[in-house]
Ligand binder design. Sequence first.
Ligand code: ADP
Ligand code: MG
Length: 331
Amino acid sequence: ATPAATMVGTTIGAQNGVLFEGGDILERVRDVDTVVFDKTGTLTKGEMELTDVVALPATDGGSVEHDAAADGGAVVESEVSEQFVLEVAASAESGSEHPLAEAIVEGARERGIEVEDADEFENVPGQGVRATTSHGRVLVGNRTLLREAGVDVTPAEDAMDRLEREGKTAMLVALADGEGAGDGDIDAAAGDYRLLGVVADADTVKESAETAVAELRERGTDVWLITGDNERTAEAVAEQVGIDPGNVMAGVLPEDKADAVEQIQSDGRRAMMVGDGVNDAPALATAFVGCAIGSGTDVAIEASDVTLMRSDPLDVVKAVRVSEGTLSKIK
Ligand code: ADP
Ligand code: MG
């Protein structure tokens, strides 16, 4: 492309809220044959809402013994109700800024629960949180987080399965059970955790996501979905937007997203990775073209070649069109 054509392209792009980090990027975008979308905040609005609380039917009478710092560390017995499950989960999540966590805390407040701040809190990226609360030690997160703490998650499988098929993100809630179980280091994996129940958040797919995917596929572009969320939720979202179930990579840990992109590109594909989160920066940098979308974090924008000012997946199509239009004009 001539410098003049490149300037026209970048200008048209900017007028459309599509910022190319230089002229050679414009040419790169034209050569993209694969688009990899991050799920949360990219294809979905990233505005989570608490939708479900499930208290697991207890095998031993429906109550749990746990530490209560509020009662001077005494062991108390509580009925495992939906209210209790949510109270425990919200308190553990009170220190987290993750959208999943904020929805749980917000949902609890809306349901009239007074959410107590966690005493200690640890974020486990891509898995959940570990916290010490007035109820004792708590885990809220995915299967991996609980399994690693030695919790048998099978009693929650039916509920998890049902919620995930509805496209929701279901999270397990466990509380350290018995006398003294609330003591000690929150890092300690050991502890007789008692599985209390499940909480679920739902996100909504962006209005233009389906059209964006359809237009990319029409162009002959292969479209992928990549997420840290579980397979069932990911597939439900993929189905809603028209992405092939074979093109879904789920359960990808933040640090593995770049590898996943590399895997997709391994047969010479030229992928544009579209993402918004801090987690996505390495993947954006690895992709043939990295594209930060809308409300994207500074880290994501820094790592990207194209920045979309709006949060609209259709602007990905625009980026491609601008690059093709400009380059064909001068050929
Ligand atoms: P995404 O790739 O969709 O942005 P993340 O990598 O942030 O998702 O998280 C992956 C999974 O880890 C979530 O679907 C959820 O099951 C679990 N998780 C992450 N953070 C939290 C949290 N604060 N509370 C509970 N679960 C969490
Ligand atoms: Mg994300």
